[in-house]
Each structure stands twice: as structure tokens, then as C-alpha cells.
Design a protein around this ligand. Structure first.
Ligand code: NAD
Ligand code: ZN
Ligand code: ZN
Length: 355
């Protein structure tokens, strides 16, 4: 016998039934605010009371409709959501009421395809992405798939956990994809939300690091985070400077710029790997085939990370291995926040505090 939906949902507490959500009404328009009913989780879903929600540059691309595959406005952006499970559907086994969880970009995947069953779930063709295909975390309450939220361990501040849920896991994965080791020289192109963590993971892997950016504040941040070499792409020829050091074994492209990708390619030594992570609108790069073939160089795309990668990122942070550089803002100020990110005015990551 099928129970009516209400009876099959376990709930922690009953709050008021309304919530605020920031919504993209149409591409290129300022976000608006809607008062909505707090939704009920379906059988596989959890209802998460959001505490913190990071602003990833991807949210800006999503709201602008920058990419070939587009979300459908109106939608709620946000895929760095962290909060507490307030209610859950009857089929949710992996998390319980009261647990703190992260809602990452990989909102759900099929769990059955060759990618899903071989540890490459982020390549699943049937995935749905949070804050893109499904409503995300720029809200007080969000629904998420109970098997795809990732537990946030005690001892990890929710304000740090939010940026780790995308900026952290994405760059940690990119360094794995780049096969970085203790004798590697790693270039990080763009020391923003993603890049400031990429730099720290490169150091955790034991590599010599080269940080590249175009603002004084980000170059200072790179020095403070221990970069071995800091290159100002406004005034220096990045490729030439890094070739003088012997070239990069790996370059992590997290600057939203085709020119930055090409400069990072030019910085590779023979056998080097350029990992493309940023997604500039109309992103494309021109590659010199002769140099690439004779030099045995690779260019690899890398998309976020798996649930297990994120669990590792949280463990590293709990052990004090990473520092999240962030500023907290109010969700009401989201439109100014977008402008501040685009204007290069934020220290690294903005996080909305919804507590
Ligand atoms: P951000 O705006 O916080 O950081 C970008 C940084 O690049 C800034 O510090 C900026 O000063 C710097 N920069 C700009 N031009 C540069 C240049 N020519 N050379 C060097 N540095 C330059 O953005 P973010 O949130 O870190 O996201 C970066 C990109 O990564 C976005 O396109 C986003 O959509 C993408 N992204 C991809 C994935 C993935 O899984 N592949 C995941 C998250 C984000
Ligand atoms: Zn992101
Ligand atoms: Zn799949």
C-alpha cells in the first residue's frame, strides 16, 4: 500500500511554511526575490535548511546564459549549498535528519551507466546539475537528492564548506587529473575562488607552484598562500617567464579567459598537461599541433569532482590543510555580488550567510 506523501516524510521541526529564494527571471536580467512555500521532499529527496551558499563564477555564467547548454529561467542558482537536513523522503538511507550536508553541482546522476559505475559519475549523461537544471542553493530551503548530497564532517565550518563544495573539489580533482607529484612544477592561472584553492592543493601534493593573475590583490594573496613564483599577466609574458623556470609539468586553467588558456599552454614543458577548468563564454583555444605532438603535451577537460573527491576535500580541511579565503554577504545583495566578482573586487570567494 502506498502511503500518502505527508506521512512518508520524516521531519525535524516545523517552521513557518514560507521561504525566500533568489531567482534568475531571464538571462542577463538582475536576480529577483520570491517568497515560496517550503517544498516537501519526494521519496529520494532531502529538504536542506541552507546555512551558507557560495557564489561560484558558474552562477554568473548560468544567469547570463553563457554556455551552449542553458538552464531554463526562472531558476534558483547555487551549487555550493551547505545546510542541515530538516526532512527526508522514505527512501533516503545515507543521511539522517539533523545531518549537515553539501549540495554540489552534481545534483544527481543515473547511478547505472558506465561512467557512474566506474567512479566517473561527473561524466554521466543523465546527470542533473544543482542551480542549473534543478533549483539550487540561493534560498533558505532547498531540495536535493539524498544520495548525492555529501556529509560535511563536524569541525568544518559551514562558511568554509560552501566554497569547498565546488571551488575546492573542482581544483582538487583537476590536480589529480594533472597527475601532479612532489617533483612537479604547477602553474595556476587565475587566483580567484577556484585558483586560491588550486594553489593550496598543488602545495599539498608537494609541487613547486607558479601563480598567475591580473590584479594586485590576487597576486598578493598568492604570495601569502605560499606560491613559489608569482606572475602578473598584465605586464609579463607568462609563457616566457615560466619557460625560464624550466616550464610547467601541469597548468590548471581557472581564469575565465581564452588568452589565459593559451598562455598556460605556452608555459608547459615537454610532456606537460594543461587542464581546462574555466568555462569562458565562447571558450576556444588554438593549439600548435607540431609543438603539441613533438612535445607530447596534453590538454584535458576536467569537470568538478565526485562525491568521494568532495569527502576527501572536507577531510583535508578538517585536518587544517586548507584555508578558505572568503567574505560573507547577504543574499539580498546578490546582484552587487555578481558585479563585484566580475570587477575583480572580492578577496577570493563570496559566501551568502543564510543563518
Ligand atoms: P573567479 O572570478 O573567482 O576567478 C577568476 C580569476 O581569474 C580572478 O582572480 C581573475 O582576476 C583571474 N583572471 C582573469 N583574467 C586573467 C588572466 N588573463 N590571467 C590570469 N588570471 C586572470 O572565478 P571562479 O569562481 O574561480 O571560476 C573560474 C571559472 O571556472 C569560471 O568560468 C567557472 O564557471 C569555472 N568553473 C568550472 C568548474 C569545472 O568543474 N570545470 C567548476 C567551477 C567553476
Ligand atoms: Zn561552481
Ligand atoms: Zn550515469
Amino acid at each position: 500500500m502506498q502511503l500518502p506523501r505527508q506521512q512518508s516524510v520524516e521531519r525535524h521541526s516545523t517552521r513557518g511554511c514560507g521561504m525566500r529564494a533568489a531567482v534568475v527571471p531571464a538571462f542577463g536580467k538582475p536576480l529577483t526575490f520570491e517568497q515560496r512555500d517550503v517544498p516537501q521532499p519526494g521519496p529520494h529527496q532531502v529538504l536542506v535548511r541552507i546555512e551558507s551558499s557560495g557564489l561560484c563564477h558558474t552562477d554568473i555564467h548560468a544567469a547570463a546564459g553563457d554556455w551552449p547548454i542553458k538552464p531554463s529561467p526562472p531558476f534558483v542558482p547555487g551549487h555550493e549549498g551547505v545546510g542541515v537536513v530538516e526532512a527526508k523522503g522514505e527512501d533516503v538511507r545515507s543521511v539522517g535528519i539533523g545531518d549537515r550536508v553539501a549540495i554540489p553541482w552534481l545534483g544527481e546522476a543515473c547511478g547505472r551507466c558506465d561512467h557512474c559505475v566506474s567512479g566517473r559519475e561527473t561524466l554521466c549523461l543523465f546527470q542533473k546539475n544543482s542551480g542549473y537544471a534543478i533549483d539550487g542553493a540561493y534560498t533558505e530551503y532547498a531540495l536535493a537528492h539524498g544520495s548525492y548530497v555529501v556529509p560535511v564532517p563536524d569541525g568544518v565550518d559551514p562558511m568554509d564548506a560552501a566554497p569547498l563544495s565546488c571551488a575546492g573539489v573542482t581544483t582538487y580533482k583537476a590536480l589529480k587529473v594533472a597527475e601532479v607529484g612532489p617533483a612537479s612544477r604547477v602553474l595556476v592561472s587565475g587566483i580567484g575562488g577556484l585558483g586560491h584553492l588550486a594553489l593550496q592543493y598543488a602545495r599539498i601534493f608537494g609541487a613547486e607552484t607558479v601563480a598567475v593573475d591580473v590584479t594586485d590583490a590576487k597576486l598578493d594573496l598568492a604570495r601569502e598562500l605560499g606560491a613559489d613564483h608569482v606572475v602578473d599577466a598584465r605586464t609579463e609574458d607568462v609563457a616566457a617567464r615560466v619557460q625560464e623556470l624550466g616550464g610547467a609539468d601541469a597548468a590548471i586553467g581557472v581564469a575565465v579567459s581564452n588568452a589565459a588558456f593559451e598562455a598556460a599552454y605556452g608555459a608547459l614543458r615537454r610532456g606537460g598537461r594543461l587542464v581546462l577548468v574555466a568555462l569562458p563564454p565562447d571558450g576556444r583555444i588554438e593549439l600548435p599541433v607540431f609543438d603539441m605532438v613533438l612535445g607530447g603535451k596534453s590538454v584535458i577537460g576536467s569537470i568538478v569532482g565526485t562525491r568521494e573527491d568532495l569527502a576527501e576535500v572536507f577531510r583535508l580541511h578538517r585536518r587544517g590543510q586548507t584555508r578558505v579565503i572568503r567574505e560573507t554577504r547577504r543574499l539580498e545583495d546578490v546582484n552587487t555580488c555578481f558585479e563585484d566578482v566580475l570587477g575583480g573586487k572580492v578577496s577570493a570567494r563570496l559566501v551568502f550567510d543564510l543563518r
